[in-house]
Design a binder for this molecule. Structure first.
Ligand SMILES: Nc1ncnc2c1ncn2[C@@H]1O[C@H](COP(=O)(O)OP(=O)(O)OP(=O)(O)O)[C@@H](O)[C@H]1O
Ligand SMILES: [Mg+2]
Length: 362
């Protein structure tokens, strides 16, 4: 009797050395091309090491250009240089932890406090405060625009003595709409991340090859076409996705090398790419996404009317903003039609989401 799996496993050696190096939350040894950004963040934290108050920062830029990894690298440097003795470091993903309660639970976990059961948010905050106020703290709220209880920021500003708050977002305009009182108390510094240049994208992906793959399995042209595509998309994350997909395709075909045809197939698979799981969207965005799903290829104005008639009152501007967010997060696509019989209009379409990527990022 043939042994399906044994044959499959013994017939070829893997092209991968370490797939973990392709995970999106992997923090590589080097985060090149973002040294200035690391230094800027470090300068905001520095006063905390001198028993003064730190600075607060709004970090913004489009998806997949190193905001998260750079901030994690700064934390790693603090740990490596044993500066974390004087500091509590909180790095919180607000997609996953979007309420004050969830954020505080995560903070309790980070400070090693276990008796959170049956406690309310204010009780959890009192515990965090009690511990953190013995030292200083850096709070990174990643995907900060997803925080639903923005009051938590007030509470931290008021009740934590020495801290730096970093807010990371894809939408700089989000901060402009925050309450003026909060904004003036935060007195934010700004750090913009711009997309990488072609040779930078190439350099980053090339670095990963060394960690993730067996030596010399990548054909130059196959690699270059993926680096080029990642540059065009202005997104390193999608570059990593393609590297992994191309290698899986090559392995599947029992090829000892990753060839241009495998890269091409991986590039074609990009349509399956979506960064975030829809379950993590804000309710309003979920409803809008559902509307687009039910009425694909509709005009934005028609979708807006449907929303108003069936769901609730919302301004056209906020509706448009939600659609833009869904576009940036790659759940929907838009195309513009110019000069139709009703003038220019935007068509919104639902994007296929076989979510291979959510598994990949685990
Ligand atoms: N300069 C770099 N050096 C090494 N890896 C990088 C660099 N920039 C980005 N990456 C990698 O690219 C992927 C995307 O980067 P990151 O997660 O930091 O993006 P982001 O700007 O936070 O995106 P988003 O806004 O979608 O959260 C990660 O896997 C990250 O490790
Ligand atoms: Mg990020």
């Amino acid at each position: 009797m043939s042994s399906l799996f044994k044959d499959m496993l013994s017939s070829e050696e893997s092209l991968f050395k370490d797939t973990v190096a392709l995970d999106y939350d992997y923090v590589p040894k080097l985060v090149p091309y973002r040294e200035k950004h690391q230094r800027f963040m470090a300068l905001c934290i520095k006063p905390l090491l001198q028993e003064r108050n730190g600075k607060n920062l709004l970090i913004s830029g489009i998806p997949g250009i190193g905001k998260t990894v750079t901030s994690k690298k700064v934390f790693q440097a603090l740990e490596d240089e044993e500066m974390n003795e004087e500091l509590y470091l909180f790095h919180i993903n607000c997609w996953e932890n979007n309420t004050a309660f969830k954020i505080l639970l995560k903070m309790c976990e980070d400070i090693g406090y276990k008796f959170t059961h049956n406690k309310r948010a204010d009780e959890l905050f009192a515990i965090v405060k009690g511990v953190v106020n013995k030292k200083s703290a850096v709070f990174v709220f990643d995907e900060a625009d997803k925080i639903e209880d923005i009051d938590l920021l007030y509470t931290i500003l008021e009740d934590i003595y020495r801290k730096s708050i970093f807010l990371i977002t894809n939408y700089k305009e989000w901060a402009a709409e925050l309450d003026q009182r909060l904004m003036s108390r935060l007195s934010l510094d700004y750090l913009d991340f711009l997309p990488y240049k072609p040779e930078e994208v190439k350099g980053i992906l090339k670095n990963r090859l060394g960690y993730a793959f067996v030596k010399e399995v990548w054909d130059d042209e196959a690699f270059n076409s993926i680096a080029k595509k990642a540059f065009e998309l202005k997104d390193v994350r999608q570059g990593l996705f393609m590297l992994k997909e191309a290698a899986l395709i090559a392995e599947d075909k029992s090829s000892k090398k990753i060839l241009p045809k495998h890269s091409q197939e991986a590039i074609d698979k990009l349509k399956d790419f979506s960064i975030k799981s829809p379950s993590k969207l804000k309710d309003e965005s979920k409803i809008i996404l559902n509307l687009v799903r039910k009425h694909p290829k509709s005009r934005i104005g028609d979708l807006f009317k449907l929303y108003q008639e069936n769901i609730g009152d919302i301004s056209y501007k906020s509706f448009q903003r939600r659609i833009n967010e869904l576009v940036k997060d790659k759940f929907v696509t838009v195309s513009k039609i110019e000069g139709g019989k009703e003038g220019n209009t935007t068509i919104v379409n639902y994007k296929e989401e076989e979510r291979k990527l959510t598994d990949f990022s685990k």
